[in-house]
Write a protein that binds this ligand. Structure first.
Ligand code: MSP
Length: 525
């Protein structure tokens, strides 16, 4: 995209029934890397995240904890969800809570519009409801187990808990009206849903026909009141999906809304249907643009299953950051898992990549280069002499990697961007091995050649610092300062990372960018 264009990216808003685990942090980091990249490219960037606080799941959790749902949500937001963003260094521009007045007001405007325009009617509904999913289920989504506590009962396949039979008078959204328009959207805008596997699944689902959607509940009151019938509250998903527009001014600040919307939306593949079917249908009914794209990323698996708190496989992000640091957390999940596919988490893999890629590959390169400039040139970055083919090859690699990484980010292939950037780390390490600056330093006749080699490797580090700032912001900032980069690394144009031309001096790093970790076993114990 061209610099200066609007880039609005949103994460799902998280249920506050429990504390975050690394699956939640994964979505946050991916969105943050993309936002930082676009910000650094000069795009008009906005990163939104937040919390989903209404509905039965939160209400029941609050009751079970002897408190009110609002007090429970306030506590979880303050003690767990806001701190998560600090723990993993998320640069969000806003944080929306669905209990905020700005949200509730705009939701009411949206609902009333759909009602006035005839997209909502009242009817009766009977069906199986899973409170874990906050969703009515079809028989296909359910299972029975032959033995155990729930033997003979119908269970949600995702949560393995019994579903409830609900029969209520509800208000319905005419979602079935939008089947063809949705199929047209998927066809005309083939990258609307990504990756391909999720797209195919959604198309299949919609082709089978869409039912109207029950959007209100009257058996409890923890939700946004239906404006024309105060005995009902809004279905939690209908409420939550609207956060993406209420947070940027829908119904309250038209100018800002037009500036930001539509967004790129990252969601776990388990909730892609809500985002790629219900959500665009709602927007179409209101005459609003649909999201720019909906990307359904894969799951972090533990023991082959989706990591989840309810199955006691949740790992708190701080368990990893306390040992490996925030940057390593961010790097690991973005590098080790192809964005869009499932990935198994293991301490061994994390530790091996930390050691090989961050400590030895990149961190050591940075320390060596800075140490050599200090030792051989008293910290002054020399002017280069004539360039050889080997020097030109590094120059070409800087340019190639910058362009490739930007193209990969455009496709949301964060892992490919990192793999590409790492080819520069490897090429620089290879270049140093071949050029042997330590050997050049022994003979004053080679002084000019040594200047060129030192210049080339410092410039390579400059390119790396700029390209890696969105992923490992702390290490990149330290490196940038150490090689004398001017201004903040986060302000350097990432699409021109290869253009860095060198600074006058280097300053020794106070500590390695990625120190060796001796006691990794303690983390996995
Ligand atoms: N509140 C809804 C979203 C509403 S958006 C309008 C919700 N919340 S959630 O807290 O259960 O999940 C939030 C996100 O975390 C989802 O995208 C979900 O896929 C993601 N993850 C939860 N567990 C995960 C893994 N084990 N791995 C990767 N992502 C995971 O759903």
């Amino acid at each position: 995209m061209a610099a200066g264009e609007s880039f609005y990216i949103a994460t799902p808003i998280f249920y506050v029934n429990d504390v975050p685990h690394i699956g939640h942090a994964y979505t946050e980091v991916a969105a943050d890397v993309l936002a930082r990249w676009h910000r650094q490219a000069g795009d008009d960037t906005w990163l939104l995240t937040g919390t989903d606080e209404h509905g039965q799941k939160i209400l029941r959790t609050a009751v079970a904890n002897d408190t009110t749902p609002k007090a429970w949500a306030d506590k979880l937001v303050a003690d767990a969800w806001q701190p998560l963003l600090k723990t993993i260094n998320i640069s969000n521009d806003d944080f929306i809570r669905t209990t905020e007045e700005r949200h509730e007001k705009a939701v009411t405007i949206f609902l009333q519009k759909l009602y006035d325009d005839g997209f909502i009617y009242s009817g009766e509904y009977e069906g199986y409801y899973c409170v874990g999913c906050e969703e009515y289920k079809q028989l296909d989504d359910l299972m029975e187990l032959p033995s155990g506590d729930y033997a003979g009962r119908l269970l949600c396949k995702i949560h393995s808990i019994p579903v409830e039979v609900l029969k209520e008078k509800n208000y319905f959204f005419r979602m079935s009206d939008f089947q063809q328009r949705l199929l047209d959207l998927y066809e005309l805008q083939p990258d609307f849903i990504q990756p391909e596997s999720v797209r195919n699944e959604i198309i299949q689902f919609v082709k089978q026909g869409l039912d109207d959607l029950s959007i209100s509940r009257s058996s409890f009151d923890w939700g946004i009141t239906i404006p024309w019938d105060h005995s009902h509250v809004l279905y939690v998903w209908f409420d939550a999906l609207l956060n993406y527009i209420t947070a940027v001014g829908y119904g309250t600040d038209q100018e800002n809304f037009e500036r930001r919307w539509p967004a790129v939306q990252l969601v776990g593949k388990d909730i892609a249907r809500f985002h790629a079917v219900i959500w665009p249908a709602m927007l179409m009914a209101a005459g609003l643009p649909v999201p720019r794209k909906v990307f359904g990323h894969g799951w972090l698996l533990v023991g082959g299953e989706k990591m989840s708190k309810s199955k006691l496989t949740g790992i708190a992000p701080s368990e990893i950051t306390d040992t490996f640091g925030v940057d390593a957390f961010r790097y690991y999940f973005m590098r080790a898992i192809s964005f869009g596919q499932d990935g198994s988490f293991s301490w061994e893999d994390l530790s091996a990549r930390y050691q090989a890629e961050l400590a030895n590959g990149f961190g050591n390169l940075a320390s060596r280069v800075i140490a050599m400039v200090s030792r051989y040139r008293q910290g002054v970055i020399p002017n280069p002499g004539p360039f050889t083919e080997a020097d030109e090859a590094i120059r070409a690699a800087e340019r190639r990697v910058t362009l490739d990484a930007d193209a990969a980010i455009e496709r949301l292939a964060i892992h490919e961007a990192l793999a590409s950037i790492w080819t520069l780390v490897d090429e620089l390490n290879g270049y140093i091995t071949i050029q042997e600056p330590w050997a050049l330093s022994k003979d004053p006749a080679n002084a000019e050649r040594l200047d060129t080699v030192l210049f080339t490797i410092v410039r390579g580090l400059g390119t790396l610092a700029v390209l890696l700032a969105p992923v490992i912001p702390d290490a990149a900032a330290k490196l940038w300062a150490a090689i004398g980069g001017s201004g903040a690394v986060a302000d350097q144009d990432v699409r021109a990372a290869y253009d860095w031309t060198g600074a006058p001096t280097v300053t020794a790093l106070e500590s390695p960018l990625f120190p060796r970790i001796e006691q990794v076993e303690t983390a996995s114990a």
